[in-house]
Design a protein around this ligand. Structure first.
Ligand code: SF4
Length: 556
């Protein structure tokens, strides 16, 4: 899709482009920012100089009476750039100015071992000089201050206006085109804040469909690696914001405090209250807030306007309109689901060459020939029927096993079904939240038909994870005797969990989602939550047309 880019390119984005065009694209076009420790440290460095001494139309500038100007915002429609100069200092001898740019890191070294400025930093400060000169500032020198080593490096200013204009034009062209390919086996990726979203090596694998021949040098960390999920069951709970904390209180007493930067999601069951300040904070900090009924039925989630992902959503809608294309992407998901269900049966109850396993193997093979959604769903349904016929064999508590006679829902009729329904509802909501955060439309599915209030894409993505996460959690809760029948409510309209069963389910679910496993393809450790995010980022690339085949997660 042809994009219209802003008329003025921020000079910081030019810095990104010189470092890596793909980084510029993520930040400038897709509006994706990752706050890792380097970015935060960089912002702290700038905070110290980001106190504007004057505004653009200041009288003091007009009167020429200032010795220093901090955070001077300038723009030029003629050159097509804008930026904020950290510091301008007047030379008392001739009245000319020295421009300073502050960097949190350290300088590079030249071949003699002397400090020198990095390439992207040099271009950035030269752009500031160009912009300042355009506004009639007599700039005689430019220096970059590196906070980590507390050293200043002087940048030689030559007559390079044409080179700089060419770079500006290159940035505009790159920004209006497609997402550039990642760098290959390049050290810059090691220091790049966008690594966890860009997934350079993984993207190359998905695109070229060939094994990476070198080790992934730094497994990308999740955007919010230590992100906590806060689960609120208490109907009297009041969720508020105090300073940098989300505070939970019940009947006026504070019961817990959670640093905002560590929170990833808040799940609210029932009638807990959320203050407007906490609500706005969740929206600005991208903390998902998901609402459920007390019994665990998904009601909805707090969401902002998607700020990025136009190309991926556009591609998603186009693919969803084509049944053959959608089925091609959904086949590996269903194959993986059947494989993972088989593995669960094999591990927990069925010996090799068991009839059920053989039948499921046959059905898994048949998925490859499916041409329509209906055919694929038919195969998936048959495999699920065999799987759930044998599900109770995996339970080591007869009270639960005897009551489970197959999958039922709306309402679930026994404790196992009640926990499975709760788990699928929660997992699909989490996945829907990640889809929106990544820039996809969770409501537009490939296999599951779109329907009012249904996160159809999340249901597609969840297929391969159902046995790995929810089914495993339910089996574990029962087999560890973390619940008994007294922890459930049996009514004519179905079965639901009491508070004690919720507690047992949630602690096991939370443990499972943070449990680490080795990625079957990339070979590094990650949590299940991060694994799901990586799969969604893979789909994001397919929808954009960056790669064609979907690689699911299959356990052995
Ligand atoms: S991780 Fe590497 S390829 Fe990706 S944006 Fe950063 S520098 Fe570029």
């Amino acid at each position: 899709m042809k994009k219209k880019i802003p008329e003025l390119i921020p000079i910081r984005r030019i810095h990104n482009y010189v470092y890596c065009p793909r980084l510029m694209y993520f930040q400038f076009v897709e509006n994706i920012f990752v706050y890792d420790s380097n970015v935060v440290a960089g912002e702290m460095t700038h905070k110290r100089v980001d106190k504007p001494t004057v505004t653009f139309f200041s009288e003091e500038i007009e009167n020429n009476s200032l010795e220093k100007i901090r955070s001077l915002a300038l723009e030029s429609a003629d050159i097509g750039i804008c930026g904020v100069i950290d510091l301008l200092e007047r030379n008392p001898n001739d009245g000319s100015w020295t421009i300073y740019d502050y960097k949190h890191g350290s300088p590079a070294k030249d071949i003699h071992g002397n400090d020198c400025a990095k390439e992207a930093d040099i271009i950035q400060i030269k752009m500031y000089v160009l912009l300042a000169r355009h506004h009639q500032y007599n700039i005689s020198a430019a220096k970059i201050y590196y906070a980590e080593t507390k050293t200043s490096v002087t940048v030689t200013l030559g007559n390079n206006e044409n080179d700089l204009l060419k770079i500006i034009s290159d940035v505009k062209n790159a920004a209006s085109g497609e997402l550039p390919d990642p760098l290959e086996n390049d050290n810059r990726c090691l220091f790049c804040s966008m690594n966890s979203v860009c997934l350079p090596e993984e993207s190359l694998y998905w695109k070229k469909q060939k094994k990476i021949t070198y080790p992934i040098s730094r497994p990308p960390l999740a955007e919010n690696v230590s992100g906590e999920v806060l689960i609120i069951h208490e109907p009297q709970a009041w969720i508020s914001k105090k300073g940098d904390m989300i505070v939970i209180s019940v009947n006026g007493n504070n019961v817990s405090k959670h640093p905002i930067h560590l929170l990833k999601s808040i799940f609210i069951y029932g009638a807990a209250q959320l203050s407007t300040q906490a609500l706005c904070c969740c929206l600005t900090e991208n903390i998902q807030v998901i609402f459920f009924t007390p019994a665990g039925k998904f009601i909805g989630k707090l969401d902002t306007l998607s700020i990025s992902g136009l190309d991926s959503r556009h591609g998603q809608y186009k693919i969803a309109e084509s049944e053959s294309h959608s089925v091609k992407i959904a086949i590996p998901m269903i194959r993986a689901k059947i494989s993972n269900q088989r593995v669960l049966l094999q591990r927990n109850c069925c010996p090799k060459n068991n009839d059920a396993l053989n039948l499921m193997r046959g059905l898994r093979k048949m998925t490859t020939d499916a041409q329509t959604r209906e055919e694929l769903q038919g195969i998936e349904g048959k495999a699920a029927a065999i799987y759930f016929e044998n599900f109770s064999l995996m339970l080591r508590n007869d009270d639960f096993a005897k009551r489970f006679t197959g999958r039922n829902r709306r309402p679930p009729l026994d404790p196992v079904n009640a926990m499975l329904s709760l788990g699928y509802s929660v997992l699909s909501s989490e996945i829907a939240g990640i889809c929106s955060a990544v820039g996809l439309d969770a409501a537009c599915g490939l296999l599951h038909a779109p329907r009012f209030g249904r996160a159809a894409l999340a249901l597609d993505i969840m297929e391969e994870f159902r046995p790995l996460i929810v089914d495993s959690v339910v089996i574990s809760v029962i087999n560890r005797n973390a619940v008994d029948l007294d922890d459930f409510i049996f009514l004519s309209q179905g079965c639901s969990l009491k508070k004690s069963a919720h507690h047992a389910f949630w602690s096991t679910y939370a443990r499972r989602m943070s449990e680490e496993l080795i990625h079957p393809t990339f070979g590094y450790r990650m949590s299940y939550r991060r694994l799901i995010e990586i799969q969604i980022r893979q789909l994001w690339r397919i929808f954009r047309g960056d790669c064609t085949e979907y690689f699911p997660i299959v356990t052995r």
